[in-house]
Each structure stands twice: as C-alpha cells, then as structure tokens.
Design a protein around this ligand. Sequence first.
Ligand code: AFP
Length: 350
Amino acid sequence: MGSLEIGSRLDACLTAAVAADPGLADVAKVIAACASAAIEVSTVIGRGALAGDLAAQGEQNSDGDVQKFLDVFAHERFTEALRGAPVSEVASEEAEGVMLLNPGAPLAVAIDPLDGSSNIGVNMAVGSIFGIRPTASTPENPLGSFTGPGTLQRAAGFVTYGPATSLVLTLGDGTQTYTLDRAEGVFRLTHPRMEVVASAKEYAINASNARHWDTPVKAYIEDCLRGAEGPLDKDFNMRWLGSLVSDAQRVLLRGGVFLYPGDNRKGYAQGRLRLLYEAAPIAFLMEQAGAGAIDGERRILDICASAIHERVPLIFGSADEVACVAKYYGGRNSAAGRSPLFGQRGLMRS
Ligand code: AFP
C-alpha cells in the first residue's frame, strides 16, 4: 500500500493501491463495499439495546446454530453491498449454499457477516470477516471459486465492532488497520504496516475444553502453565474473548498465540472455526504481518476447502510461538516444513 500518511481515508488508500497496481481495481471496489456495510452494522451495534434486542433468536443457520437478529442483519447488509460490486458469488456463514450475485463478475467473496454472536447480548466485541478470491466456478465445478488454497485470496479483512470500530486489511502488500471516524463516517488509516512480534507470552484458548484436547495441545498448554520453571522458560498470561476478531486484533497488536484445535467433542474433530471465511482470511492477514497460521501441521493458506462451511483447527500468532506449537505436533506432515514459519521471519505472501 506504499507509504500513506496516518489519517488518510480508506478510499484514498485504495486509490493509491490501484494506482500502484491497476489489477486491484475490482478488489478495491469490493473492499469499499464491505467497508460501507461495516459502517451500517457498526451504527446499529453502537446503539446497543436502544436498537432493540440484537441477540433476538431466529432461524437456524447452515450449521444448526440459532441465528440472532444481528447475524441476519449483517448478512443482509453485506450481501446487498456486494451485489453492487464486481462480485459473482458469495459464500456466507449465514447461507446454506453459494449465493449467486453478478454472473460473469471477476471476484468471489467468502464472508462471516457477524462473528462472535454469543457476545452480542452482553455488550462485548463482535466482528465481520471476509476473503476475496478470483471467480473460478463453472457449471461443472460450482464451488470452484472456493475450493482453491487460501493463497489465491486477492485480499482479506476483518472488522472489529469494539470500543472503536476498526478494519484490518491486506491486499497482499502488508497488513494495515483503519479506524472508523464516526464524525465523518469514514475509515482512516491508523496502522500503516502491522508487524507481529516474533515471540510473546500470551496464549488464547478456551481452557474449559482441556479434557477434550489431543495430546500435542495438552502438552503445549501444560508447558505454558509451567511457566519459567518449564521447558518454555517464560511465564505466560492467558486471554479468551469468545470473539475471533478481537483475539486476532490483540495478537496483531501485541503478539501471542491463539488456538482453536480440534478436540474429541462430537462435531469438533476439526475444531469450531471455518476455513473459508474465518481461518483463511485471518491467516492471510497474519502472514502479511510477519506472523503464522497453521492447523497444527499444515499452513492454513495451503489448505483447500471441499465444502464451503468446512471447519479447520486454527492456530495463529507470533511466528516463534506458532513454530513452537507445530513442534508439539511433531511436524508429522511434511507440508508443515514448507510453511514460511520455518523459513525467514517477516513472512510475505508466497
Ligand atoms: P459465535 O459466533 O457462535 O459466538 O462463535 C464465535 C467463534 O466462532 C469465534 O469468534 C470464537 O473465537 C469462538 O467461536 C469461541 O468459541 P467457544 O465459544 O467454543 O469458546
């Protein structure tokens, strides 16, 4: 994104990105559409209970999760905004199948319109997550836009609706953060190039599931708990916000490692998080900020989905921490050796 000034508006930053690489013109339009939808969602969230019962329960989504009012509202706002952008199709957490928007358009979007919805009713941060890919579906392969590896993503981002509303974004040239200027109704650049510290002392995991974890995760967390007296030679702190985007934003800002592994609960063999619209966008943002993201053995960005709501174990964060966790898995899969984690620091998209 070149050397843009702090305070620059998102539209000016996108214009500069397109000037530097005209091939980003359509990607920029999709990002602008996501940003406009995010501002609408932020406005409703910011009203809290004054906007009605945002956690009001409705139908079940593709995964059997009960949809809350805000899940549906966010899904509708993002889908409507993307209909006005060069987007052929959308894979949304809130829709069973792929939604066809503009036949022949060059880009496809995988989106979690409202992540962290269990936090809605208790005034905690929630988010929206998206990944932008080239259209590749055909009548013979209707999921083709979504079954390639995450390295095909042209851009990815997430919005955190927290004390501030922020947009964390990558177009493949570093990771930036924009913060919503509510007075002007625009996102402004506040973090031009985010770089995650290689080593950290904070881990995020839902410890109530400890009895369900497999051995590598149990061994790693036990060693974290042993602190400076243990093999990791340092004391750790723990955070678990119940909101992937909030944990991801904290890791981007002060390092650490986040783990949502597979476990032996029914339906959780591949964890809880979705490859297409949660893990892959987060992995792209992390790698562009010099961090890493694996499923325990494979680099997330190398994994191909075979279904749009497919789950994947997700471990991301400071490069040294993620490499350490990978060792507890024993690097059983040679693909892990290909991860940039085991190459140079300052990971860039390959
Ligand atoms: P919800 O959207 O159902 O609240 O799930 C949020 C989430 O997908 C992710 O944002 C959290 O990190 C994770 O689930 C929390 O999962 P647990 O409730 O199992 O800890």
